[in-house]
Design a protein around this ligand. Structure first.
Ligand code: NI
Length: 278
């Protein structure tokens, strides 16, 4: 029997385009990871900025642990099979009442990956992420409608790199709220139409989006990097990276800089922007 049809996570994912919640770790363990992030922020003058929010797994040993979390990988494997690359990570952090939001969008429009529909995002909550904190919203079944047209807005309060917004009317009443507790994660399909509202609570909302792909996927825009987190890579479509030897070491910073430059080239090709923004 095909393991992908036997698993309830895979079934729901194929039907709805998402699955949640799944617990990756205890609330205490999640608080421990949050403390390590915030210790770094405190020592460096405030919240992680722009490029530092991308590919934190190449900068911090604790973030490298997160992309290899066994509970997360078990759920990912149920959907995309046993040979798994972590392509990129993005922290999506909303400060209390900072007004930042994420416009309705599909991710696949600007990533350059082929086939474009094989990317799976695990969104791991390091703080509680109730609806009021600007939790993600999903449009069930939207992963089946194919790629829709998007327009780049580059709006200031938009957390997306290009402020990209889907050009179809989304009825909020049809959306599914995705509240998570610290230590839980959701999975969503790369064609899932999703977005989120501002954080109206008094706590930060901290989530790490981890983008996983099967080793069969290619990057069409640049020679890109990835980390093999489970199984074997028999394709060699990406330059494989090791985790950092130490937090923010010289070597880790150099690897991160190189990976980020390739990514920026891929994500921003076709626009006039020269760097990613929060
Ligand atoms: Ni997205």
């Amino acid at each position: 029997m095909n393991v992908q049809t036997a698993n309830p996570i895979a079934e729901a994912y194929r039907r709805d385009g998402f699955y949640f919640p799944v617990r990756a770790m205890s609330a205490e363990a999640a608080a421990g990871y949050r403390a390590r992030l915030e210790a770094h922020e405190k020592a460096n003058g405030g919240p992680l900025k722009s490029a530092m929010r991308t590919d934190v797994h190449l900068l911090f040993t604790w973030a490298d642990e997160l992309i290899r979390n066994e509970k997360v990988l078990d759920a990912v494997e149920a959907v995309i099979g046993p040979n798994i690359l972590c392509w990129i990570t993005n922290f999506f952090i909303k400060e209390p009442k900072d007004g930042n939001y994420v416009s309705w969008h599909q991710d696949a429009t600007y990533w350059g990956l082929e086939p474009h529909d094989q990317v799976l995002t695990a969104w791991l909550a390091l703080s509680d992420a109730p609806v009021e904190s600007g939790a993600m919203k999903f449009l069930a079944g939207s992963h089946k409608t194919g790629l829709q047209a998007h327009a780049d807005t580059f709006h200031e309060s938009n957390l997306l790199s290009r402020g990209q917004e889907i050009q179809v009317e989304v009825d909020e009443a049809d959306a599914t709220d995705v509240p998570l507790k610290a230590g839980e994660f959701s999975l969503h399909h790369v064609l899932m139409t999703h977005g989120s509202h501002p954080n109206t609570t008094d706590d930060r909302r901290i989530g790490l989006a981890i983008r996983y792909i099967p080793t069969t996927v290619r990057q069409t825009k640049v020679r890109d990097t990835a980390v093999l987190v489970r199984g074997v890579d028999e394709y060699g479509h990406f330059d494989l990276l090791d985790g950092p030897d130490a937090d923010m070491s010289e070597k880790a910073l150099a690897v991160h800089k190189d990976a980020n430059e390739r990514l920026v080239k891929a994500l921003l090709s076709g626009t006039d922007e020269t760097q990613l923004r929060d």
